[in-house]
Design a protein around this ligand. Structure first.
Ligand code: ADP
Ligand code: MG
Length: 263
């Protein structure tokens, strides 16, 4: 067989940042995720949209094992995370290792309130990753500078606006140099005038090739930054595709209706 006649090689595993395959999650008798599959290659920005209660947060929480999936496959950075059929937490150490590769930013800015921004950002590098303190501080200051908070390093969260706190939360998530950033509605708790500054930071991260999964209600933003859009409905992917198609020519009636309601 000549080289030309061979099948094109499957993408090298190194190009894939996250694989989710047939993910199921139930809470008691409530089946919240009913077989969700998605793949993000390195550098991909995947936007996850869907109505309230469709399972968006549960999906992100399963990916970093804040919830234990009921079944399915999750691979982060070529490492498959064992999911036990009995629903008990899988290998603790593995989960801790995986978590340090996933930077998660939640809806509510959950900074440690009794610590300055700098202390917030260095916490995990110093105490979990055992990064030397001076090195962690230098990196934290650079990250705070990146999100426009260089002059707030010694400030406590309570003295900052919601937008500033959320930008600090992004700096903190970046401090572990994550393979993938997970954002769960990062702007939905903000006053409208503060949304733009946070989206702008996320937009910059997308532009520099960070792999990201973003749950958002900001459709204009999703359309602009995402490579791929996933619409969840009742725990299943109802429709997915490139943003131009999902937003410009939605096939499913449910998605069309959803897009009308969110504007
Ligand atoms: P979304 O983020 O799309 O709004 P969620 O993933 O938060 O949806 O929730 C999906 C469904 O799962 C909802 O019906 C919610 O009430 C339920 N749910 C989420 N977390 C839990 C939990 N820890 N225990 C029981 N039910 C939950
Ligand atoms: Mg949610």
């Amino acid at each position: 067989m000549t080289a030309e006649s061979r099948q094109p090689p499957a993408p090298a595993p190194a190009e894939t940042a996250i694989i989710v395959e047939n993910l199921h999650k139930s809470f008691g008798s409530l089946e919240v995720l009913r077989g969700v599959s998605l793949t993000a290659r390195k550098g991909d920005v995947v936007a996850i949209i869907g109505g309230s209660g469709s399972g968006k947060s549960t999906m992100l929480r399963c990916i970093n094992f804040l919830e234990t999936p009921t079944s399915g496959r999750i691979v982060v950075n070529d490492e498959e995370i064992a999911i036990r059929p009995d629903g008990r937490p899988a290998n603790r150490r593995q989960i801790e290792r995986i978590r340090t590769r996933l930077g998660m930013v939640f809806q509510a800015f959950n900074l440690w309130t009794h610590r300055t921004l700098l202390e917030n950002v260095i916490e995990v590098p110093v105490h979990v990753l055992k990064t030397p303190r001076t090195q962690a501080i230098a990196r934290a200051l650079a990250l705070l500078d990146r999100v426009g908070l260089a002059d707030k390093a010694d400030t406590f969260p309570a003295f900052l606006s919601g937008g500033q706190q959320q930008r600090a939360a992004i700096a903190r998530a970046l401090a572990v140099d994550p393979t993938v950033m997970l954002f769960d509605e990062p702007t939905s708790a903000l006053d409208p005038e503060l949304v733009g500054e946070v989206l702008s930071v996320i937009r910059d991260l997308a532009a520099e090739g960070r792999t990201m999964l973003i749950v958002t209600h900001e459709m204009k933003f999703a359309r602009e930054v995402a490579d791929h859009v996933v619409y969840l409905h009742q725990g299943r992917i109802e429709e997915e595709g490139p943003p131009e198609r999902v937003f410009g020519a939605p096939q499913s009636a449910r998605l069309r209706q959803f897009l009308q309601t969110v504007g």
